[in-house]
Design a protein around this ligand. Sequence first.
Ligand SMILES: [Zn+2]
Ligand SMILES: [Zn+2]
Length: 938
Amino acid sequence: MSVKELPKAYEPKSVEERWYAFWLEKGYFHSDENAGGEPFSIVIPPPNVTGSLHIGHALNSTLQDILVRWMRMSGRNTLWVPGTDHAGIATQNVVERQLIKEHIDRHALGREKFIEKVWEWKKVYGGRIISQLKRLGASCDWQRERFTMDAGLSRAVREVFVTLYEEELIYRGERLINWCPRCHTALSDIEVEHEDEKGKLYHIAYPLSHDHNIRLTVATTRPETMLGDTAVAVHPLDPRYKDLIGKTIDLPLTTRRIPIIGDSVLVDLEFGTGAVKVTPAHDFNDYEAGQRQIPPLPLISILNEKAEVVPDIPDIKPDVRKQIAWKPAKKVRGIVVEMIKEQGFLVKTEDHSHSIGKCYRCKTVVEPRLSPQWFVKTVPLAEPAIKVVEEGKVQFYPKGWENTYFDWMRNIKDWCISRQIWWGHRIPAWYCKRCDDGILETSIGVGAVGEEGALLSGGGNITTIAINAKPIVQREEPRKCPHCGSTELIQDPDVLDTWFSSALWPFSTLGWPDKTKELASYYPTSVLVTSFDIIFFWVARMIMMGLHSMKEVPFRHVYIHALVRDAEGLKMSKSKGNVIDPLVMIDQYGTDAFRFTLTAFAAQGRDIKMSAERIEGYRNFANKIWNASRFVLMNIEQDFVPNAELLTKGTSLADRWILSRLNTMSKDVHTALAEYRFNDVASSLYQFIWHEYCDWYLELSKPALNQEKGSTSRSAAQTVLAHVLETSLRLLHPIMPFITEEIWQTLPEKVRAQGPGARGNGESIMISSYPIADEKVINAEIEQDMQMVMDTILAIRNIRGEMNIAPSMQINANVKVETEELGEHLQKSASYVMTLSRLKELRIGVDEKKPKSAATGVIKGAEVYVPLEGLLDLTQERDRLQKEIAKISKDIDIFSKKLLNKDFVDKAPKAVVEKDTAKLEEFKVKRDKLEQSLKMLD
Ligand SMILES: [Zn+2]
Ligand SMILES: [Zn+2]
């Protein structure tokens, strides 16, 4: 597989395919749980099985791959567990839509057949995101790929459910929950998205029962829910109304008489009319208020699962019922308003903007709904989970996210874990038909297909189980009822919230509840890499479940990465058309350039602004490395054997300098990796490889390379040149796995396999060792000396450029140094300065004076003079400079005037104004430079 010559240009695609296949074939990604050694383990945040790779996944997986490749090269027993999530509602929706296209309704198909269809769908499409992760270069242990609905993981789910139930940490209760009328399922609080919407506020007058002339005015955004009112609340200290507490109201449109109650929580004395309608079945605050009353207020639900008005609302007047039964709530609102207006109960209507909750999956307005559900009692689980973070057993990077975590955990509510859909882990609870006549079996509407195949009705289980039914909860499906022996059992139709199984991911993927070798070797995992938006959904619940089931935290570190935005800092979205598709970028610029860009911008606590131009910029970096490697290979024979003695010191200042810089950089890279400062890792490598190794060392080594074959200085330069390249490639490998492998494999065998700490016999860079800095080679003095040499060369080159001195022309330079010592150091390296700035003569000294008509450059510790006499016609040069200054001054005038014109600045697009401002600045800098050059001629 080793081509010993690099082609002219780097072609990512074929290289990537070839090496990924090679790594897979060799089994490098696979970890051995019996191998021993210090473990390093990561579980991937499982992408939805419906997913396709977006830029967030790309960032997340790149950062994990960097850590995993780094640790694997560092000799740790490294495991990266990949897998996908069954994604309950999302997957069910996708398959339902597909069936609808074939004119098949889920309910007509039946539960079992439908689940079969989902598995068929998964077989065909479920691997898509996995193959996309492979294109990204992810070195996951694919032999351990898991799916949250695998048999093993399902067993873990059942074990945790039953254990928590036995410990009374899972219970069934009737609660007001968030209900999506389209998906027909409960949603947890965090699955509801809140949006501001413009609506109306209706003021309605409720007549008192004992005197219809006295009325209490209530305000509501949802007048239709008045049909479910079971009280009106006032503040117990309100002087206007406190005497009315205990009296009743005749609720319009019904024959219902409802009490006036006192509630200081629900009613704000300072706000509104002072009276509030109470609808406990349709509002969370009202529900709480109802529960505070003794006895609790009755609950009257006026809507069905589809948010339609039910026909049997208690006490409703027959003519009202006729007009509203079976109609959607939104329509009924208008009808109710018309009726109360006719009957004189509507006081006024005003515009009002308020927040409404929507389903995070389908954006349908969520209805609070009273229904039997399963809950996890979270407070006892949250307490230890808070403690481990307080004690530093789990650490967040950046640390600020710990506050977010604490805020949520300290105010945690019980977690509603049942979902009324079909795709997911079925709740392991059964009911006996004979023992329990409280079981209700109701059939709810069959999903209807609207125009253009739009889905009108989503989930919904055919059977609902009454709240007072007694569940039989156990690990194995019961054959008969333990109480009466009947075999007529039915299973709870609900499935678990998708996040229930993901909460177990760090240990269920390693074989729990069995006591496996994998668990012993790799749990707790080392670090979790994820984004901030799932700290509640996922991170917190993994900590709670890990502590409960494993008695140990699931991971030591949590690295929270930023969001990837577009170049302007806007969130990427399909509707804005600013989405960057990772696969398109990979095709266009290569995986390595794409990965490097993500890494370079992954600064902690800062969002990433991404654009194709930036990726293109880092493709240039890949090409730079490629070309430098071609240069090295052209100067080193394939049978080259590095001179071990010279490996850490070379023979020249340049050798010692680049070796010192290499080790300094390698030290920085280590520290940054250990602290998850990925951007610093990238920038250290970029600066060193491009600006020190390629820009300087390659040039500085040329004279030695041109020496006779076999000479010590040539062999030293070859040794250092190859060693620094080889080490840099290994340091860079975790970020740019493909190009580094391709180049590394073309290096002479002895360079690959015999470097310090070499492992893996030169077979692959990915199983070689990760370089560790040799502190002894780091030499600050040498770095300083070389810095002065480079500064001097740059100053002379700069003057050459400014003064239009032909590159071929040899010139003289004088350097006035601040101390004798500096002079001595520079004198030793005079040959570098002479060669790299094409000098005829170089004078160095503390007494050097500025010659007449000389250009000056100021550097640290010295001034550099280049005499111009005789190099150019001074008069002609003066003329040229003056003409240029005049011309640019005109431009400056024009742009200044334009930008002072308020009319222009106000009306022109922001980008245009910004561009002009930048241009003006650029002109000014240029004029300064020209003026300086002019001065030098005196
Ligand atoms: Zn929905
Ligand atoms: Zn029974």
